[in-house]
Design a protein around this ligand. Structure first.
Ligand code: ATP
Ligand code: MG
Length: 301
């Protein structure tokens, strides 16, 4: 397990105004690690990720068997920050039956005909399951805040886009998450924090390697032009919506191995903190098990 002190540093304190410059994008920004060499940390991170995969798989089984809680993992990031890699590498040991990934793109006409939280609400995980939101309702205070003309399509009642519009959306999000938590969902939110230089490096890799061309999108390049606006929108959203019941973690994501290990660690620790137990078998069911065993033993082979 990663030390609590490290995790505390990357958890956004509720009510605190976030300045992303205070959170590093590199593993070396974590004070606990900077005395070690990069190769040493990388090696240790890989071992820990492997251990956590097993732990997560056990935690998932317990989550499924106890059938009371669910886990919602929210992934938000700038383009090329590694959301897909997190899903692939952190979740790889999970039983697909108890895990679902929901990816959110631009809302459809039907979705725009509802309130902005509707499409997300419909896709929250059932009890016993882990649901991953690859992008989420936070897009409605991120991309939409950076490009407010998108609201023109939302058919909001006249006058509803005035003062305090975004603050009210943050309030709605906090209330929505509180509702989920009160009904048994553990809500964990990760912002994969990469530097602008690292994004450039990853875009160039996609352009230079024919096997990665499919990953490149001209739209991502256009959004890079709004880097500062996105950073500001993230700072505002993280400041307003990191709550006691649904905290944000700012994950240094310039090195994939550190991001993956941190997230797997937080997931395992958080699910374990639910103190789940396998359901106990009632006396009646126990008697049925004994009887079934007796009948099977008596069967002629
Ligand atoms: P990939 O790794 O495949 O590129 P992605 O999550 O970037 O995954 P895309 O299809 O490239 O998927 O992009 C989805 C787009 O949909 C993003 O630009 C995102 O900002 C946009 N989007 C998501 N939710 C909303 C929303 N509520 N309103 C407007 N745009 C949204
Ligand atoms: Mg994309």
């Amino acid at each position: 397990m990663i030390k609590k002190k490290v995790i505390d540093q990357i958890r956004v304190t509720p009510g605190k105004k976030v300045n992303l410059k205070d959170f590093g994008t590199s593993w070396a920004s974590l004070p606990e690690l900077k005395d070690f060499g990069k190769e040493e940390v990388k090696q240790k991170a890989a071992e820990l990720l492997e251990e956590n995969r097993e732990e997560l798989s056990k935690a998932q089984e317990l989550l499924w068997a106890s059938d009371i809680h669910s886990v919602l993992v929210v992934l938000q990031a700038m383009d090329a920050a590694g959301k897909d890699g997190i899903i692939k590498h952190v979740m790889s040991g999970l039983n697909p039956q108890g895990c679902e990934v929901q990816s959110f793109k631009q809302p459809t006409a039907e979705e725009l005909d509802h309130n902005f939280l509707w499409r997300y609400m419909c896709r929250t995980p059932e009890r016993g399951r882990i649901g991953i939101f690859n992008r989420s309702y936070y897009e409605d205070v991120l991309v939409v805040k950076v490009h407010p003309e998108m609201l023109d399509k939302a058919k909001l009642p006249p006058g509803k886009r005035g003062d305090g519009f975004w603050e009210k959306r943050y309030e709605d999000i906090n209330a929505f998450e509180h509702h989920l938590v009160r009904n048994g969902t553990l809500v964990l939110k990760f912002f994969l924090h990469i530097s602008k230089d690292e994004q450039k490096k990853r875009f160039l890799e996609r352009l230079e390697n024919p096997d990665k061309h499919w990953k490149f999108s001209a739209a991502d390049m256009a959004e890079r032009g709004f880097w500062n606006e996105y950073a500001k929108a993230f700072e505002d959203a993280l400041s307003a919506t990191s709550t006691k019941w649904a905290p944000w973690y700012v994950i240094p994501a310039d090195h994939k191995w550190v991001a993956r290990t941190l997230i797997s660690d937080i997931l395992v620790t958080s699910i374990k903190s639910l103190d789940l137990e396998f359901p106990t078998v009632s006396a009646e069911k126990n008697a049925a098990l004994v009887e079934a065993k007796r009948q099977l033993d008596q069967e002629e082979s």
